[in-house]
Design a protein around this ligand. Structure first.
Ligand SMILES: NC(=O)c1ccc[n+]([C@@H]2O[C@H](COP(=O)([O-])OP(=O)(O)OC[C@H]3O[C@@H](n4cnc5c(N)ncnc54)[C@H](O)[C@@H]3O)[C@@H](O)[C@H]2O)c1
Length: 257
């Protein structure tokens, strides 16, 4: 039997663009891909704190709502690192918190949530596809949500945006697999990142709200950014070579109920 010395690095000579990569799930995904030999282009509204100075990581300030900034982001990755293999569409917003009921939802809030979560995913994919084709294939991973699969009161815009991401994933997957580009998404539940904690901070009793969220999860704890990032990076890797158009639940069992 061959000696088992661990898994070989999965991203040597590969180039990944990750949006929303200055914090949370995006930052963890960038760390994993970089640690496994890849070059990473981090894109976000905010400057990243983590940015290795080894020639295999760079940051470009990007608002995924803006087609010109998105084009510049992809051009920067290809110009700097020479190719594109992976796009992780991770940038997202919960919408204005606390979220109002649908009848009270300002139209600008609806537009903003859909523009960042859904249109941003489309714009980045549109800009990346020609370069993924030029590389002879690759992977797009979208960060959807369990709220793209099931509903939650007072979350109409967020649910609509993430449901859109799930079916954008499947639509693009069927179209792009002919070019060896696999498109998949992750659907997370309550993950202990800034986004979740911003919501907690607005509750009358944040500790009780945290406990209430955990109570809804069969696994009886929040997820971590690393746990969702590991799933997303798996979908981006060759280990997922036969996985196409899949919505992978990373939810501690929430959607199994
Ligand atoms: N945290 C959760 O409970 C949870 C659950 C399910 C899905 N998600 C999804 O995971 C993704 C990552 O969120 P996170 O939990 O890591 O939160 P986070 O707040 O740590 O990270 C989100 C990042 O997206 C960036 N961003 C926001 N708007 C942007 C824009 N217009 N252009 C570029 N970047 C922008 C933010 O600056 C931030 O760095 C989001 O799409 C979110 O909807 C999160």
């Amino acid at each position: 039997m061959a000696d088992v010395i661990g898994r070989p690095p999965r991203f040597v000579d590969r180039v990944a663009v990750l949006t929303g990569a200055s914090s949370g799930i995006g930052r963890e995904a960038a760390r994993i891909i970089h640690a496994e030999g890849g070059s990473v282009l981090l894109a976000d509204l905010e400057e990243p704190e983590w940015l290795p100075d080894d020639g295999r990581a760079a940051f470009v300030a990007t608002d995924v709502r803006d087609p010109a900034q998105v084009e510049r982001m992809i051009a920067e990755a290809v110009g700097r690192f020479g190719r594109l293999d992976v796009l992780f569409n991770n940038a997202g917003t919960p919408g204005r918190l606390p979220r109002p009921e649908t009848a009270e939802l300002p139209i600008e809030d609806w537009d903003d949530t859909l523009d960042i979560n859904l249109k941003g995913t489309f714009l980045c994919s549109k800009a990346a596809i020609p370069h993924l084709r030029e590389s002879g294939g690759g992977a797009i991973v979208n960060n959807a949500s369990m709220l793209g699969i099931v509903g939650l009161p007072d979350s109409a815009a967020y649910c609509a945006s993430k449901g859109g991401v799930v079916l954008l994933t499947k639509g693009m997957a069927l179209e792009l697999i002919a070019d060896d580009i696999r498109v998949n998404c992750v659907c997370a539940s309550f993950i202990d990142t800034k986004m979740f904690n911003d919501w907690l901070d607005l509750q009358d009793d944040p500790d009780a709200a945290r406990a209430g969220a955990i109570e809804q999860l069969p696994i009886a704890r929040l997820g971590t950014a690393e746990e969702v990032a590991e799933a997303a990076v798996f979908l981006a890797s060759d280990e997922a070579s036969y996985i196409v158009g899949h919505a992978l639940y990373v939810d501690g069992g929430y959607l199994a109920k």
